[in-house]
Design a protein around this ligand. Structure first.
Ligand code: ZN
Length: 452
């Protein structure tokens, strides 16, 4: 546990800066930090929680709200134990592990290069054994094999198990999808790279049910949709690429898998994937449950077991990619004033609609009650529509930079002219342009900026 959960020593410099910003400004904390933290478990602080929530909201809007044939589900994390037998997870969801005979470290056998323990340099290991990555627990007070179940390692299985319930309740026809976003758990052996590989994470998945024979074209469609989603979140095209899994390396259920990879400071890594799961899951659940999970096609008067195309992504990985993509350091600062000239400045160029703080409101100085009162009034009038933050401490330049560092797209400053003219200064994070806007027009200006 504990010791140095950030594992910064092997990180590229830029990554260290992002990790330290994330902790300092309340995006991500180690879980149970007062006890030294726990590896691969993280807490999303005030800004991280808001950012993650904004990514989730965009995802729901794009794939559920705007799509007539995708239905939302929010299923339980714990399920009937048979689900995990049918899915193949009890049998297949494992990594080969060895123990170092010297220091007792448990290591991934397939990650051991040079046959040397990375912890102590030892060269003697136990025989490789399969270690299941699911967290196991018991349903009810009796802790025996008959009551064992697992925390779900993916959200997919409940969408297969509820396939017919959703289809009938919503009177959907093929093709249609079930979408779900929620917690999943994997007892990862190899951790590190900050929040990239976490033992508890939010997964956003769609199971898209199609007629057999139409699966390949729908697969291509979902790869395009998924990639477009990441681009819409502001990721740069050159930092995103597709990786086609070679046939021989496919999961037991998959006919084809394409990953979307992001160019993190620590290398190209998977942030999302699209798999053609064929009719594997529905057939297995039909077999294990004894229920008919086929779909009756009114047109052809035939029963078919649908094929499933599954696009999936991890919210935390998306969040990390977004942070890395948005992070920019400006040596010497962006402003010409003497105060800022020597400092390093950080600008987090988040897509405005994802920003955890959308609008900051500042009185020019805090020792003039009439300015504070006016600024408070402006702040109060926008709080219900936007994520606003009020800040009165420090010089105005310092407050702008504090806002830039967490990606606040728009800052509103209330000054002495505001008291007379009922207008304020609006400053844009990216251009640093300042313009005078009538308070009555502010809502429109903010809405326009946040639509990006
Ligand atoms: Zn060792």
């Amino acid at each position: 546990m504990g010791k140095n959960v950030f594992r910064m020593e092997n990180m590229p410099g830029e990554m260290k800066d992002i990790v330290s910003l994330a902790k300092r400004r309340g995006f991500v904390f180690p879980s149970s930090e007062i006890y030294g933290g726990v590896e691969a478990l993280w807490d999303y602080g005030p800004l991280g929680a808001a950012l993650k929530n904004n990514i989730r909201r965009e995802w729901l809007k794009t794939f559920v709200q705007k799509m007539e044939n995708v239905e939302l589900l929010d299923a339980s994390v714990l399920m009937h134990p048979k689900v995990w037998e049918a899915s193949g997870h009890v049998e297949h969801f494992s990594d080969p592990m060895v123990d170092c005979k010297n220091c007792k470290s448990r290591l991934r056998a397939d990650h051991l290069d040079s046959n040397q323990c990375p912890e102590c340099g030892g060269k003697e290991f136990t025989e490789a054994r399969q270690f299941n990555l699911m967290f196991s627990t018991f349903l009810g007070p009796v802790q025996d094999e008959g009551h064992r179940t697992y925390l779900r390692p993916e959200a997919a299985q409940s969408m297969f198990a509820d396939f017919r319930l959703v289809q009938e309740a919503m009177r959907q026809k093929l093709p249609f999808g079930i979408a779900q976003v929620g917690k999943a758990f994997r007892n990862e052996i190899t951790t590190g790279n900050f929040i990239f590989r976490s033992r508890e994470f939010d997964i956003a998945e769609i199971e898209f049910f199609v007629k057999p024979g139409e699966d390949e074209q729908w697969f291509d469609y979902w790869v395009d949709q998924w990639e477009a989603f990441f681009l819409s979140l502001g990721l740069r095209k050159e930092n995103l690429r597709r990786y086609e899994h070679p046939k021989e390396a496919l999961s037991h259920y998959s006919k084809r898998t394409v990953d979307l990879e992001y160019k993190f400071p620590f290398g190209w890594k998977e942030i999302a994937g699209i798999a053609n799961r064929t009719d594997y899951d529905l057939k297995r659940h039909a077999e294990f449950s004894g229920q008919d999970l086929s779909f009756y096609d009114e047109e052809t008067k035939e029963k078919v077991v649908p094929y499933v195309v599954e696009p999936t992504l991890g919210l935390e990985r998306a969040l990390l990619a977004i942070l890395c993509d948005a992070y920019e350091e400006v040596k010497g600062g962006r402003t010409e004033t003497t105060e800022a000239a020597k400092e390093k400045e950080v600008v987090l160029r988040l897509a405005p609609r994802l920003a955890p703080v959308q609008v900051a409101v500042y009185p020019l100085v805090r020792n003039k009650p009439e300015l504070v009162e006016k600024a408070r009034e402006v702040f109060g009038s926008f709080q219900k529509d936007f994520w606003c933050r009020y800040d009165e401490t420090g010089s105005i330049g310092r407050r702008y930079r504090r806002g830039d560092e967490i990606g606040v797209p728009l800052s509103i400053t209330v000054d002495f002219d505001s008291l007379k003219g009922e207008d304020v200064t609006v400053r844009d994070r990216d251009t640093m342009k300042q313009e005078r806007v009538a308070i009555t027009q502010l809502g429109d200006v903010i809405n326009k900026r946040l639509s990006i």
